[in-house]
Structure formats: C-alpha cells, structure tokens
Design a protein around this ligand. Structure first.
Ligand SMILES: [Ca+2]
Ligand SMILES: [Ca+2]
Length: 589
C-alpha cells in the first residue's frame, strides 16, 4: 500500500467520523489508531525533521527545509549553543541525525572508553537531546601499510540511517550495518564477534612506515592473540553484518575510505574508495570496482560497475553516488576517480533473493547475490554479480592527458581531473564540481552543468555550461532558488546562476573549504579548514551575516535537523539552537 492510498483512506475515515459526529475520546482514539496502522508511521514521525544521510535523498542537493536556525553563535559566551560534545583530534565526517541520535566519525585522540587505546577509527553516537555519548564503533587501523588507512584520520565517512539500521564504510574499507540501538537491546547478528573486531590484531606492532613500492597487499583483519579479545560493553557498537571491500570485492584501499552510502529499495550503492598504491604512481587493483551494490539486508555483493575505471584513477574514489529519475527511469549518478561522470540504471528490487535464501533458487536474468562478505567479512564463495548498465558517460575534463596519467603526480599545471564532492541532480540536470586533485594534481577546477536526459557518450553534447573555480574543489554544490552556492580550496566562495553559470557574486574566505555549503532557512552555512565558520544570506546580493572564528579546522558539512544546526570541528561537535545559551562547553564530554 503506498502513501497516497494511506492518505486517502485516512481522510475517508476522518470524513466518516465527522459525518457521524464522532467526538471526544473516540474521535481522537480512532485517529490515533488509524495513524498507528499506517506502516512505518513511527519511522515517519521520527524522521520528519531528521537528516539521515548526507545531502538530500537522493539528489544530494545540500539544502535543508529546516527553519528558525541561528544566524551566528559564540563559543566564548555560549550564545545559541544548546550543547557541545568532545570528539577526537581529527574529524572529517559530517554529522548525521536520525531517530533521536547523532552520528559523527572521528578518531581516538581523546579516548571515551579506557579499554580502547591507540589510533582507531571511531564513530560516535550521541543522544540528540543532550549530547551524551550513547555508544561508539571503534575500529583498529589497517596496519599493512599506512597508505591503506592513514594514521589519525579516523572514520571519515558520514553514516546513512534507515529505521534502526546505520550503514557506514569504516576506516578499514569495511561496509558495516550497525544497530542504532547498539548493545542496549542485545547483540544482533549474524555478526556476533564484536570483541575480536575491536581488538588489536595478532602480530600488530607500531604504526607501519611507508615503504615505497613494496609489494604489500591489503589483508583481511587478522584475529587477536588468543585470550586477548576485548569484551564488548554497553558503550560499544553492535555490528549486524560486515562486508570487507578489499577481500570481498578486490578494492585497493587508499588513505582512508570516504563514502556516503545511497539506499534505494533493498540496495546500498557504495563508492569503493579504491585508489593508487603507496607510490601514488601505480594501480595494483586494475580490476577493482569503483561502485558496488550490496543487499542492505545481508551485506551480500549484488552488482558492480564494469567500466574499467581503476587503471585511470589519479588518486582515489571518494565521490559518493546520487540518484534521480530521468524520463521515468531511475538512474544512479557516479563520479569516478578517472574524471568521468557515469549514469547507470538503478537495480530493481525483484532481482533480490530474500534474506537467508542463499543462491540459485531465484535465478533470473538478474544476478543472484553471492553469499560473499557472508556477514562476517570473509570473501565468501563466488557467485554471479550483476553488472551495472551504463546509460551515459561524461568526460569532465576531455582535454586533460589520458595516457600515463601518473606521470603528472605533483604537477600543479597539467594533469587529469578527479572528484571529491558528489554529483547533484536537479531539474533534469547534473551539477558537479571537479578538477585537479587537491593533494597531488593541477590547480584548475570547475563547476559544470550537464543535461541528464541524454544517453551514450555525452561529453560533447551534454555540457550546458562550465564555470571556472579559483583552485581545487572538494565541495558538493547547494542549489537553491535559481542560485548555486559552492566553495573551493582557493579560498573563494561563489554564488552562481543555476541557469547560465554566470556568477552573481564571490567572496574571499579564510581557509580552504573541504566541507560543502549548506543552505537552510534562507542562509548558507560553511566551515573552513582555518576554523572560520561563515553564515551568508542565500541571496543574489552578497551579504555576510556572520563569521565566527573557532580556531579549530572544519572538514564537516553543517547539518540541520529539528531546528538545530550541527557543526563539527576537528575536536568538538556543537549543537546550535537560536535562543539557547550553554556557557559550560563541558570538556569532560
Ligand atoms: Ca543490538
Ligand atoms: Ca552483532
């Protein structure tokens, strides 16, 4: 039963009640009963003002419908600060709000639980109302090579939440499904070995030193020495299932996974964060997928791209997919590490086998999900994996070099393009920012707009306009009221006409923008790597409403939910609400 039918029945019932002069308790009771019978009503109520994924679902537009948000705040006086909570020492993940909880990835630079010591990726789950820590997902580092899981980087991916399931790609490149309730309601499975997963692996030593060119392969997480496994407690996460992208899909991890998982039906679309090796000049996983599809119920690998992207990846695969319907066909948009934007047909739900059915009995022209990943992180048996069907591709930088691309490493004038931000689907168009790699590539970067209704190779006929940015870009654009807001790493903030690509205004900002701008309540919020937090009016006339100096770098995009703004610096999560005043920004939590 879809929502429109439910609404129709609800109104019919309400109409009958009014006709029969149903009053008082019965009238209220009947409405409550009717509401309670609506499937998912609880989730709907809980999620009405949540922000359960990064950007809008699933256009990825960085716009929120929240109102009454503060236009400034002051950590020294506590003005407009509802609460703040201590994080680790590096926080590159955007806060996500769902079901009364806030999730943010960080590192273990300030351990919350004395049993977890040393460098770890950490996902913290806070109570929305108070900022109290409810539980945390603590993951040891990959130790084969520091370039697989860069030291102190923490958990960079933002989570995606649906109901009581929390989906995340962790610092080790493992896609995990966590229970939002944590261990408070028991250990849910099939994954039950949280103790071993959170323990330093057997043979672990000090942080490995980079050995350029060494033949080091990514390995599955080794078990701990017998008898040393930590005991999961009430503050630890509950893993429901786990799929290791390296051993399960042949991905070559680089620097640290960063993906915001897209959910469509029973499927999870995950950019794999596959990249170069520790020399930055070699691809040692040439057959690695860049985009995979997992069954959200089991973690089984369902599909992958077959575009042979990996050999042409200049650095890594950190841009997450978006989705939209074009000419009645649901498409998945994905910006590859080779500087090419792809559109794939979304996988339809009936191709899936029910949970626990295994393989074979529902085989069709669609692939049968293999039991790989097995829920426990093991590679699993081989099976048929569907290939994502391409609808179009668009070379973002067609005049860039296409051969021997890794010779352009550290060349700031010439080289290939890649992406950090996501493609945004809006009005049958795609808005995408990309260019030279911020760490290793050329300076040039652009915001481009293309026609999403075309098919085939649309490099020459799909481009609607191109707008040059100052230098390097990591932001996803925010599109609002005919304007596009975007910031770059050349310390420029831009307001551009969404129709023509002509600038309305630009503003010089302090610090590089690793975050994306968020438009909400007629304002644009942006934090920078110099620790400056800006509030602009979301208008065609330039108006800087506030500039707050936090003195602590910001990588995370600002999040709005239930009338509250969440700003994560490297070390602290601020919950900002107009009219509040929390003078004690408590260092103890
Ligand atoms: Ca549980
Ligand atoms: Ca479990």
């Amino acid at each position: 039963m879809n929502s429109s039918w439910i609404c129709a029945l609800w109104f019919f019932f309400a109409f009958l009640c009014s006709r029969r002069r149903c009053r008082g308790r019965f009238g209220i009771w009947s409405l409550l009963l009717c509401w309670s019978l609506v499937p998912g009503a609880e989730n709907f109520r809980a999620s009405a003002a949540d922000q359960p994924q990064w950007g809008q679902a699933w256009s990825r537009n960085m716009v929120s419908e929240e109102k009454g948000l503060p236009d400034s705040f002051d950590p020294t006086t506590g003005k407009n600060i509802k609460w703040s909570a201590k994080l680790g020492t590096e926080t590159h993940s955007t806060p996500i709000v769902a079901g009364g909880r806030i999730y943010v990835g960080t590192n273990n630079g300030a351990p919350r639980d004395p049993k977890h010591q040393g460098d770890r990726g950490v996902l913290m789950c806070f109570e929305e109302k108070t900022g109290n820590l409810l539980w945390q997902f603590v993951v040891p580092k990959r130790e084969e090579d520091p370039f697989f899981d860069w030291p102190e980087t923490g958990m960079s991916s933002p989570v995606t939440v649906e109901g009581d399931r929390v989906y995340l790609t962790d610092n080790r490149g493992e896609v995990v499904c966590l229970d939002a309730q944590g261990m408070a309601n028991g250990n849910d499975g099939p994954f039950r070995d949280e103790g071993a997963h959170m323990t330093t692996p057997k043979g672990s030593g000090s942080t490995p030193k980079p050995v350029a060119g060494a033949e080091i392969q990514p390995e599955p997480l080794r078990p701990p020495v017998d008898g040393t496994a930590l005991e999961p407690g009430p503050l630890d996460a509950d893993i429901v299932w786990l799929f290791d992208l390296a051993s399960g899909a042949g991905v070559w991890p680089h620097d640290g996974a960063h993906s915001s998982i897209l959910i469509r039906g029973d499927h999870l679309y995950v950019n794999t964060a596959t990249g170069v090796d520790n020399t930055h000049k070699r691809i040692r996983g040439p057959n690695a997928p860049s985009l995979v599809v997992l069954d959200k119920r089991t973690g089984n690998l369902v599909a992958r791209d077959d575009e042979h992207i990996a050999p042409d990846i200049f650095h890594c695969t950190w841009s997450s997919p978006s989705s939209g319907e074009v000419n009645g066909c649901p498409l998945i948009f994905f910006a590859g590490g080779n500087g090419v934007l792809y559109a794939f047909e979304a996988i339809m739900n009936p191709s899936l086998t029910p949970p626990g059915r295994g393989t074979g009995d529902r085989a069709s022209s669609e692939a049968t999900p293999r039991p790989g990943g097995g829920g426990d992180g093991s590679p699993g048996a081989s099976g048929r994996i569907k290939t994502l069907k391409k609808v179009f591709q668009f070379d973002f930088d067609p005049t860039a070099p296409k051969e021997n691309i890794h010779q352009y490493l550290s060349n700031r004038r010439e080289g290939p393009s890649n992406f950090y931000g996501m493609p945004v689907f809006y009005g049958n168009r795609i808005y995408l920012a990309g260019g030279g790699d911020v760490f290793w590539g050329k300076n040039e970067a652009w915001l481009k707009c293309l026609d999403a209704a075309r098919t085939g190779d649309i490099t020459t006929n799909g481009l609607l306009w191109s707008y040059p940015l100052q230098k390097h870009v990591m932001s996803t654009p925010a599109i609002y009221d005919g304007m596009i807001f975007i910031a770059d790493c050349g310390r420029a903030f831009h307001c551009v006409d969404a129709e023509t690509g002509k600038p309305y205004w630009t503003e010089e900002i302090k610090g590089d923008a690793w975050a994306s701008p968020l438009v909400a309540d007629g304002k644009v919020y942006l934090g920078t790597r110099s620790g400056n937090f800006y509030v602009f009016a979301a208008s065609k006339e330039k108006k800087v409403l506030a500039s707050v100096e936090l003195g602590d770098p910001i990588s995370a995009t600002t999040t709005a939910a239930s009338g509250v703004l969440y700003v994560a610096t490297m070390t602290r999560l601020y919950a900002l609400q107009a009219g509040t005043n929390s003078k004690s920004v408590d260092d103890s939590r």
